[in-house]
Design a protein around this ligand. Sequence first.
Ligand code: NAD
Length: 260
Amino acid sequence: MLKGQTALVTGSTSGIGLGIARGLAEAGADVMLNGFGDAAEISRLCADLAQRCGVRVLHSGADMSRADQVTAMVREAEERFGRLDMLVNNAGIQFVAPVEEFPDAKWDQILAINLTANFHAIKAALPGMKARNQGRIVNIASAHGLVASPFKSAYVAAKHGVLGLTKTVALEVAEMRITCNAICPGYVKTPLVEGQIADQAKVHKLSREQVIRDVILASQPSKRFADVEELAALVVFLCSPAAASITGIALPVDGGWTAR
Ligand code: NAD
């Protein structure tokens, strides 16, 4: 469906981003991965995906907390692929603390990676997309872009900001066959959430199973984690011709969390 097209997925050496990169490659797109991890493992990941899907798979180790590296990564994708058709802003981190104890450095880091990196990547990718009158931007926000939870001030603020950025960009490029949308997942079982389960178990002195049932999935009426494959399929759809008129939306994938 996306054969001959090119994509950049930030934060895609793990979790949701990796699932999205796999989904786009399986749909036929050349993909640049981004994110941290063991260099040999990342090389193997790229080679396996390239071979299995018959596409080009590259990796950029750019740090999304650094504006200059975000811009350079987009330029590298454009140069090595010849152009960039799809940008998926997915990289994100979490930190949990009451607002009066929230470390300033953590606030700055979360805003930089979860929100400001999206701005810099979009800013760098748009001129090429506008020149070709074609492009797809998907921002992975969160149910926390629509509603709040205590102790997640920086994350909730950043994700609400992502939705504002998404709508603004969508309006600015609406006539140019470029769409910009946000996906708002509830809980998805990834290393990011595994970390939260372990933290909560320690804080509340509960078992892992109790934390999953009574803390993590308490707000998710479906009582199940979404799969990364569900999010990948949605990104592929939003990048397809069938989604040409869908722009500026914040689409929850949260098992009913934000329907309350
Ligand atoms: P994850 O921890 O599994 O993966 C995060 C990825 O981002 C990794 O590839 C990591 O290397 C990369 N990364 C982290 N800091 C980076 C930096 N400074 N520069 C470049 N790459 C960096 O996380 P995940 O659960 O897959 O989350 C992905 C996105 O989905 C995040 O934006 C997160 O907020 C969002 N999200 C996750 C959930 C969930 O339940 N897992 C729910 C809602 C939203």
